[in-house]
Design a protein around this ligand. Structure first.
Ligand SMILES: NC(=O)c1ccc[n+]([C@@H]2O[C@H](COP(=O)([O-])OP(=O)(O)OC[C@H]3O[C@@H](n4cnc5c(N)ncnc54)[C@H](OP(=O)(O)O)[C@@H]3O)[C@@H](O)[C@H]2O)c1
Length: 224
């Protein structure tokens, strides 16, 4: 664990959660370098930012050298299960995550790996909800790798600082929710968080660890 001069890899940095994580990394003086791995670049610019545009998200062996020497990975890549078969959803959720994590475990054994799953994830892998089973299977498999793996299970996430969801319908909901967020935060603090709080919690875990390997929204909000 590196408290200063930390080097962080972010997957999914073009997404809503990933943009939040990237913003907090770029603002944190303890983070020396950030590497994003995505299907496209983020459009952000900073002296400490490097970006890899990668094609095959089931195989990272050709970029393993560039992934070497990092302290933490913030894995924010993910998709909604809506409209997907279990096989399709498993491909992006399980296969892609494990391909990245297995490569990272080889080149940076013991690194901190933060996986963003979601509230309601099913650790038994046998429940009725397809997405929850697949996320549970992914969390469980990550915990078995030679990594310091943590699963973050946020509930509702309010995007801040101009961060936008790529899904139009979700962004419309966030626009409606924005002025009401302080009220939800006061009424149901255990179920809501923000992109800023989530990104900052990731940095706290990367620097100092966390008391649990699976963190629900309330745990995320308690990390400063
Ligand atoms: N948003 C929420 O309120 C919420 C709540 C709880 C949990 N989560 C979880 O947080 C994670 C991120 O959610 P989000 O809201 O940030 O999603 P998002 O805005 O849709 O971003 C998804 C990210 O994943 C990347 N991605 C998706 N499919 C990919 C693929 N096949 N290959 C490579 N990259 C791919 C996207 O890259 P491109 O830019 O190339 O598409 C993007 O960077 C998900 O696992 C989600 O379940 C979200």
């Amino acid at each position: 664990m590196a408290e200063y001069g930390m080097k962080v890899i972010i997957f999914g940095a073009t997404g809503m959660v990933g943009q939040g994580a990237l913003r907090e990394c770029l603002l944190d003086p303890d983070v020396e370098r950030v590497l994003t791995v995505g299907r496209s670049a983020t459009g952000q610019h900073s002296d400490k930012l490097r970006e890899i545009v990668h094609k095959d998200f089931t195989n990272f062996s050709d970029i393993a050298v560039e992934l070497t020497g990092y302290d933490a990975c913030f894995f924010c890549l993910g998709v909604t299960s809506a409209g997907k078969t279990e096989e399709e959803y498993t491909h992006v959720t399980y296969d892609v995550t494990m391909a990245a994590a297995e490569t990272l475990a080889k080149v940076n054994p013991g690194m901190t790996f933060l996986y963003v799953s979601g509230t309601g994830t099913d650790s038994t892998e046998h429940g009725r909800s397809m997405w929850a089973r697949v996320k549970g299977k992914t969390e469980n498999a990550l915990m078995r790798l030679p990594l310091q793996a943590y699963a973050l299970r946020p509930g509702y996430i309010q995007p801040l600082h101009g961060i936008r969801s790529k899904t139009r319908l979700y962004q419309a909901m966030y626009n409606v929710m924005a002025p009401l967020y302080p009220m939800w935060r006061a009424l149901i603090p255990k179920y809501v968080t923000t992109t800023e709080q989530l990104g900052q919690a990731m940095l706290v875990i990367a620097k100092r660890g966390a008391p649990k390997r699976v963190l629900e929204t309330a745990d995320i909000n308690s990390l400063h």
